[in-house]
Design a protein around this ligand. Structure first.
Ligand SMILES: Nc1nc2c(ncn2[C@@H]2O[C@H](COP(=O)(O)OP(=O)(O)OP(=O)(O)O)[C@@H](O)[C@H]2O)c(=O)[nH]1
Ligand SMILES: [Mg+2]
Length: 447
């Protein structure tokens, strides 16, 4: 039999209210022992909560959620306490004294999953929703929690069943002319499926960028003004700025929010043939990060300083930004020339003085436009994690194999079955235990 668990569901620290959650067969008994009577289902009742020795610990709201209509699907309850550390600690202690156990991270949601209240992809949505800091992350997580991926899987499943039926019929009637025809009819179904699943895999990249942040790297010659720009965009002194070329060595990351999306800006070491071992490593890391980023901002010293006139670094790609910096120090002509050259290289040119707030906000608007163009779409992606992408790819592989085996319908049918099994694992009824452990361990305690 499962045991009864409890945990604070709200973050630790001083607050108006703290919620402690209980779930499992011993819930009712525990509530009765703490608060005297069991309240009516799903109705808040104000009660004094007492320890075993009769001492009043707090006065708060008690809610009882009978099974199976609760979050976990079990008997559960919530205690809404005054949000002080000592109050919460005393109630947790009283629950432990009653023989209840403190929950593991994610254990409430794991129970919800095990009792069929949520599928695995929805449980991942819960974790993402708790972590969501931007509007786009919230929308994506909510779609996931709403079962978007499960619904997509149901649509794919209907096609899988159709393809499977055609192959199985071909196996069952081997002596007639039918088999060829049946296998031929499975083809467009498989084509359609492969296309739909490939679209979902492509969506995972977008989902990751929404969750982990759209990555932008600042690159350029030493002293070009990269760190100054980072600080202006971050609105704090995140990176050291000095007139000495070669100031930045480590990569300095700052998260900002643009148009409701998380964006991770990375300031990097100025690119040059360095001699100092530390700087050499800095330059190596700078190139690596620039190559991995979703967008690069090439900062060029518009005031003709040390790195002016430097050739564009080879990590740049068409569509990257070229920022001609320090335009407050320079003649309009020189800046204009640099902008024209950048445009000729297929880069998007911007004039910039880090000291003019208007320039910085214009750049922010242009960056926001880029992020929205890359990540904005009417629908959030259905598949959102590498785990989903791996299983989708496995299904695609099986379906491609089935397509190639259409003259051996028995083998093709087996491939279609394996594809279906891979898709089932996304929503998780048949996930191996260690996968479940990994997923739920990323949750916080009390969820
Ligand atoms: N007037 C003016 N000075 C700037 C501007 N941007 C940067 N500077 C100055 O240029 C110098 C170098 O700036 P940094 O931001 O440290 O340059 P960096 O590209 O990070 O340099 P490294 O870290 O060495 O690669 C500093 O003295 C800044 O104050 C600007 O827009 N206008
Ligand atoms: Mg710097």
């Amino acid at each position: 039999m499962t045991d009864t668990i409890f945990a604070p569901a709200t973050a630790p620290g001083r607050a108006a209210v703290a919620v402690v959650r209980l779930s499992g067969p011993g819930t009712l008994e525990a509530v009765r022992s703490l608060s005297g009577r069991v309240p009516r289902p799903r109705q808040a009742s104000l009660r004094k909560l007492r320890a075993g020795n009769g001492e009043v610990l707090d006065e708060g709201l008690v809610l009882w959620f009978p099974a199976p209509g609760s979050y976990t699907g079990e008997e559960s309850a919530e205690l809404h306490l005054h949000g002080g550390g000592a109050v919460v600690a005393s109630v947790l202690q009283a629950l432990a004294a009653l023989g209840l156990r403190l929950a593991e991270p994610g254990e409430f949601t794991r129970r919800a999953f095990e009792n069929g209240r949520l599928d695995l992809a929805q449980a991942e949505g819960v974790a993402d929703l708790i972590d969501a800091e931007t509007e786009a992350q919230r929308r994506q997580a909510l779609a996931q929690l709403d079962g978007a991926l499960g619904r997509a899987r149901d649509v794919w499943r209907a096609d899988l069943v159709e393809a499977l039926a055609l192959f199985e019929a071909a196996v069952d009637f081997p002596d007639e002319d039918l088999p060829d025809d049946l296998a031929r009819r499975a083809r467009p179904v498989l084509d359609r499926l492969v296309m739909a699943l490939s679209g979902a895999v492509a969506g995972v990249r977008r989902a990751e960028q929404i969750r982990d942040g759209f990555s932008i790297a600042l690159v350029g010659a030493p002293n070009a003004g990269k760190s100054t720009l980072l600080n202006a965009l971050a609105r704090r002194e995140a990176a050291i700025v000095t007139p000495t070329p070669g100031t930045t060595r480590d990569i300095i990351e700052v998260s900002v929010r643009l148009a409701g999306y998380k964006v991770v800006l990375a300031d990097t070491a100025g690119l040059r043939e360095a001699e100092d071992a530390v700087e050499v490593e800095g330059v190596r890391r700078a190139r690596l990060r620039a190559a991995e980023a979703d967008l690069r901002l090439w900062v060029v010293d518009g005031a003709g300083g040390a790195g002016a006139g430097a050739a564009p670094p080879d990590v740049l790609r068409a569509g990257d930004f070229c920022l001609v910096s320090k335009s407050d120090l320079s003649s309009g002509d020189a800046v204009g020339r640099a902008l024209t050259e950048a445009a000729a290289l297929g880069l998007e040119p911007h004039r910039l003085s880090a000291h003019r707030p208007g320039d910085v906000s214009a750049l922010e608007a242009a960056l926001a436009g880029r992020v929205v163009a890359a990540l904005g779409a009417s629908e959030p992606p259905a598949a959102t994690r590498l785990r989903h992408a791996a299983l989708l790819s496995e299904a695609i592989e099986r379906l491609e194999s089935a397509r190639a085996l259409s003259d051996a319908p028995e083998l093709a049918a087996e491939d279609v079955r394996l594809a279906a099994r891979a898709l089932d694992r996304i929503t998780g009824r048949i996930g191996p235990e260690d996968v479940l452990d990994r997923i739920f361990s990323t949750f916080c305690i009390g969820k």
